[in-house]
Design a protein around this ligand. Structure first.
Ligand code: PSV
Ligand code: MN
Ligand code: MN
Length: 388
């Protein structure tokens, strides 16, 4: 697409959801460095997410993690979000931080623990109903540390039964995204370690179940754009958790470690016409900001995604197809590299001006006084939920 107006229209329509937990204090198991002004409850996380949306025009929803974001009245939280100009996005159940879950949650050998975990997943569907959320985002920490610790096959049966019970509870317009992760917290086997396992469970469940690709959850060297392309082809790509990794599940800002990989993923999305909100691929961030200030880090992340997508939209599709068809290996590669090498920042600044936004959302944030306000208003900010 070389029509700049069309590129602007496509990027402007794209939605990128931010995660509530990225606004809270986070760290590693070695140390959480507390920051001033971080939210003390779910309402303040929603307020920060709304600030990111006001400045970028691109982040109109915030994901919740339950019970990290537990409130008495979820409908009230949704009303608060709407008043702030955003919506409640994906609901993320948490079945990994209770002592009962040492040996797993829905795959646990004990039926009582499985029941407790499934009930939490069902409660999260209730929260979807109360907030208007359309996505249940399921990530399970289930797995084993040693060969023989439990039956891999039996755990798959328990997993299938649990997912099926929750799937049956989904209402119209609601869907379940099944996330996978190669390792951690378990180091011998994870019950959902890869996209193939997630895909197989989603196919068995039905149309409302799709795979969630967290860009930080693969073995080093995995060709993520390949699996994105395959999942798109089967209509089973439900969404992303975007972040960057250098080593493992680092949860650094998307586009920071390898902007070229993000561009290659964006290219597959553009090729499949999956950037449009109507394509229902949920673009979500899953990051923590251990050292950097949280709100500007999330703004930066949104801009990084927009830049990668704009470059992918600028790929000369006709020239690429011609080079591919004629076997011009270097020529085809050059078409992609030309698009990647361009500077789209002036185009995106123009887009923001046309949207009535500041062309530089990070500078606008620093000028806004918001950081100073939250630092003086909020004392005793909440930890994101993990990393202590
Ligand atoms: C797990 O590593 C994960 O990516 C899942 O999406 C969790 O819900 C999230 O991180 C937050 O810890
Ligand atoms: Mn994730
Ligand atoms: Mn993760």
């Amino acid at each position: 697409m070389t029509d700049h107006a069309a590129v602007i229209a496509a990027v402007a329509a794209m939605r990128i959801e931010t995660p509530s937990w990225a606004y809270g204090n986070s760290g590693t198991r070695f140390k959480v460095f507390a920051q001033s002004g971080v939210p003390r409850d779910a309402y303040e996380k929603v307020a920060d997410a709304a600030m990111v949306h006001r400045l970028t025009g691109a982040a109109p929803s915030v994901a919740l993690h339950i019970p990290w974001d537990a409130v008495d009245d979820y409908a009230d939280l949704a009303r608060f979000a709407a008043a702030e100009g955003i919506a409640i996005g994906a609901i993320n159940p948490n079945v990994f931080q209770d002592n009962d879950y040492k040996l797993g949650s829905v795959c646990h050998p004990d039926a009582g623990v499985r029941r407790k975990a499934i009930d939490h997943l069902l409660e999260c569907v209730d929260i979807m109903d109360a907030t208007g959320s359309t996505i249940l985002s399921v990530w399970l920490a289930d797995g084993t540390n040693y060969a023989g610790q439990d039956s891999i096959a039996a755990r798959q049966d328990r997993l299938a039964n649990a997912l099926s019970e929750v799937y049956d509870r989904l209402g119209d317009g609601q869907r379940m995204l099944v996330e996978y992760k190669l390792f951690e917290p378990h180091f011998y086997s994870m019950d959902l370690p890869d996209w193939g396992t997630s895909y197989a469970h989603c196919v068995a469940l039905g149309d409302k179940a799709q795979v969630l690709v967290d860009t930080g959850h693969h073995a080093p060297g995995t060709n993520i754009e390949f699996l994105v392309s395959v999942l798109l082809r089967f209509g089973k790509l439900g969404g992303f958790h975007f972040n960057s990794r250098n080593y493992a599940d680092d949860d650094l800002m998307v586009g920071a470690a390898d902007p070229f990989q993000l561009f290659r993923i964006a290219h597959e999305l553009v090729r499949a016409d999956a950037i449009r909100p109507e394509a229902e691929v949920a673009f979500m961030l899953d990051q923590c900001h251990n050292l950097e200030a949280k709100v500007p880090a999330l703004i930066r992340s949104v801009l990084n995604v927009q830049e990668a997508v704009a470059k992918a939209l600028l790929v000369d599709a006709d020239a690429l197809a011609a080079a591919q068809q004629s076997g011009d290996v270097l020529g085809a590669h050059a078409v992609l590299m030309d698009a990647f090498s361009g500077d789209v920042r002036p185009l995106l600044a123009q887009m923001r001006v046309e949207q009535g936004l500041d062309p530089d959302p990070i500078a606008a944030y620093h000028r806004s006084g918001y950081q100073q306000k939250i630092e003086s208003d909020r004392v005793g900010g909440q930890q994101a939920g993990w990393g202590a």
